[in-house]
Write a protein that binds this ligand. Sequence first.
Ligand SMILES: Cc1ncc(COP(=O)(O)O)c(C=O)c1O
Length: 445
Amino acid sequence: MNSELLEKDRKYLWHPYTQMKDYEKDYPVLIERAEGIHLYDHKGNVYYDTISSWWSNVHGHNHPHVQSAIKRQLEELDHVLFAGFTHKNAILLGEHLVRVSPRNLTKVFYSDNGSTACEVALKMSFQFWKNTGQGEKEKFIGLENGYHGDTIGAMSVGGVSVFQETFAPLLFSTFKIPSPYCYRCPCGKERENCAIECINPLEELLEKKNKEIAGIILEPLMQGSGGFIIYPVEYLKKVAELARMYNIHLIVDEVATGFGRTGKMFAVEHADVEPDFMCLSKGITNGSLPLSATLTTDEVYEAFYADYTENKTFYHGHTYTANPLSTAAGVASLELFKKENTLEKVSGTIATLHQNMQKFRDLDIVGDLRYIGMVAALELVKDKFTKEPIPFEKRIGFKVYKKGLKQGLLLRPLGNIIYLFLPLCVKEDELMDIIERTYSVIAAL
Ligand SMILES: Cc1ncc(COP(=O)(O)O)c(C=O)c1O
């Protein structure tokens, strides 16, 4: 039965971010069930889900509180359109999101994935300037190594060349500023003696062009898909100051960092920054169902609030906007933060993670170790002293993935970056076991 199923997978399916030819030799792993941090395949193998199933799981798979909220909701209402209609969970989740977000964020616009959460922010920002008589502000700034999703708009503000170079002719034009990549500093400095000089290109750009710029979008404190580039709080603070000073919107993409992953509910809290837009998805439903939200301010909302004839309406929406099952999962997942004291409890686990990762520094192949909250990343290099990267053709990340599976680990490296992106529910003994197993995979390379 299972081998038939896998044959059908090969026959009918096309998996994301995957060279399908790789399945000529091996099938994808057929997962039958999950619990906590564990995934169970059809052969009885157990894997630690060390990347929280693409960074979405927070409290553990199949958490009973989330499960029962979804089941209860399914008895009453599966789906209803969200234009002209509303429902309890969308309202409760909206209230809850506003309560836990930075003070100035008061309005919630739902969509259904991280890319669209960012697209919504970009479109709202763009239209805000039109609606308020400053229509010349049409351009966005993004960061090198920034990632905001795979739709055309999200790619346009992104800066990961390997994902977007093929599509370059389709993308709209944006300004790009250097990534605050301390290990490979764009200014040739060391963190210990730098004064965040990498912010200067942003300041110069804003000085010259602020009148045509609508906003800047960035991932706060951690550029995820661009290589787990974890950058100083001061950089984020300076970006926020400059955005205020030059009258452009600050759009923070918390799709990956949101919901406790950095040790606080949202990464912006580390810098005490109040953005104009905050994009959320992934962890919002504990990784159980698709949902996203773009939060914004009264000021932005008011700019769209007008008589119908003024044509200030935000013409954007998705069929599954605010799906009742997804929003039920969202409410339940946020309740768990309180019920299980998640953020207080995880601070000890974070300290254990950071402390026990230090030994990776001694391995010749490890050029850099970086971490924030429940995320830790290793940059593998050919030469530790020159920082020469391992050539792409070596496919080192793929080797780690294969070796990881044999060790009961779901590791899914990004090129030469091996990372743990752990759910907040991981227990200390599980954590130590994951670190040991990961160490043996890397040490054997
Ligand atoms: C920071 C960030 N923004 C946006 C996205 C896109 O989210 P989705 O894959 O749900 O479209 C991702 C996905 O990895 C992300 O990490």
